[in-house]
Design a protein around this ligand. Structure first.
Ligand SMILES: Cc1cc2nc3c(=O)[nH]c(=O)nc-3n(C[C@H](O)[C@H](O)[C@H](O)COP(=O)(O)OP(=O)(O)OC[C@H]3O[C@@H](n4cnc5c(N)ncnc54)[C@H](O)[C@@H]3O)c2cc1C
Length: 342
């Protein structure tokens, strides 16, 4: 649909705004690789109907393309708020270019929403010298994913960098609205806040698969269908779906992982933000590196590391191996979590 060669969206709210990665540094792969792999990129063309009956997708420009096996990897779109039609939303490069121009002009920037994208843009704009205000309806930034303690810590970090972080607050005007995203589904396969797929990306329709942000997939660790919107998960799950489509059934069983960069903090999260009932801290909370583990009924379901990628990499392996780990082992920084793999 977009006119661009597939590119790394995570840069759009961070390095691209900071001027550290330019437009030509965004593509996922060089053009020649698509040619070598005999992949036709139909750039700038939008599919409007899957053409399930005669197996031919219909394009917005009136064209059709036949298919034997189909994969829907349409991603997600920014959640739009009524009354904010003129605000910027950040999902694709076109919007990022406009936002970058706005930030480069300097002056003030009002952001509605303190999720990951809102917080990352606030950090980039503050570092570029803008006067930034963030309006968040909840009590802390990222509270639903990270919890109130870590949320309060991050609010403090933003304030230390001069961001006017307004919590339990809203606004009727904003330059950027960043209030979450919605799956870009299409009519045909079963939907439930995303396209419902199994561990290998099969939808309810034979021969039609789906991968990436748009899916709600079954995950064996959580014994539930989950929808995550992370770069690495969409890549790794996409790999499993691609293998399955090519005749080598492969289940995606890895534990979802993502990162966020804000100022000098690298935040890494492993797991899924399902409800937790207790947390355990490794390290000195508030003094990176440290990690917060989230448990439900004594079982580890997720962890957030602040400048603590070693702990996250290790606990991720423990979770993927489905190995038990005690709270004492989690909170003891001298306990090498790789020992839990034995
Ligand atoms: C600003 C921003 C920052 C992010 N930062 C991070 C981060 O730090 N860490 C992290 O883990 N994740 C991050 N993410 C999330 C990550 O980028 C996504 O998880 C990932 O891009 C999902 O890949 P995807 O292929 O499923 O979908 P997408 O990357 O959204 O790609 C879907 C593609 O399908 C096209 N399309 C949609 N509908 C149609 C149609 N009808 N016809 C034709 N084409 C269509 C779209 O134009 C798009 O190019 C970020 C996302 C954004 C927007």
């Amino acid at each position: 649909m977009e006119p661009e060669r597939p590119y790394e969206r995570p840069y759009l709210s961070k390095e691209f705004l900071l001027g550290k990665v330019a437009r030509d540094g965004l593509p996922l792969r060089p053009k020649v690789q698509y040619e070598q792999l005999a992949i036709d990129l139909e750039l700038g063309r939008k599919v409007v109907d899957l053409g399930l009956e005669d197996r031919r997708v219909l394009l917005e420009d009136g064209g059709t393309i036949g298919w034997d096996i189909l994969c829907l990897a349409t991603g997600s779109d920014s959640r739009r708020l009524p009354g904010f039609e003129d605000a910027l939303y950040l999902r694709d490069l076109e919007q990022a270019v406009l936002l970058k121009e706005r930030i480069d002009e300097g002056g003030s920037l009002d952001i509605l929403g303190a999720g990951f994208i809102g917080c990352e843009v606030a950090a980039a704009a503050a570092q570029k010298g803008c006067k930034v205000r963030v309006f968040e309806a909840l009590a802390q930034p990222l509270v639903r994913v990270l919890g109130p303690e870590l949320g309060a810590y991050l609010a403090g970090v933003h304030r230390e960098h001069g961001v006017d972080m307004r919590l339990d607050a809203t606004t009727s005007t904003a330059d950027l609205v960043a209030v979450g995203s919605v799956p870009r589904t299409m009519d045909g396969p079963e939907l439930d806040n995303g396209i419902v797929v199994d561990e290998s990306g099969r939808t309810s329709i034979p021969g039609v698969f789906a991968a990436g942000d748009v899916t709600r997939f079954f995950h064996s660790l959580y014994q539930a269908r989950i929808r995550v919107e992370h770069f690495q998960t969409s890549e790794r799950q996409g790999f499993a779906v691609g293998r399955t489509m090519a005749g080598a059934p492969t289940a995606y069983t890895e534990v979802p992982w993502f990162w966020s960069d804000q100022y000098d903090l690298n935040i890494q999260y492993v797991g899924v933000a399902l409800a937790w009932d207790s947390t355990v801290i490794r390290g000195d909370f508030g003094k990176p590196p440290f990690t917060v583990f989230y448990l439900a009924g004594g079982a580890l379901i997720a962890a957030t590391g602040i400048n603590d990628h070693h702990t996250i990499a290790r606990v991720r392996r423990v979770m993927e191996a489905r190995k038990p780990v005690t709270t004492q082992q989690l909170e003891d920084p001298t306990f090498d979590l790789r020992r839990a793999l034995a």
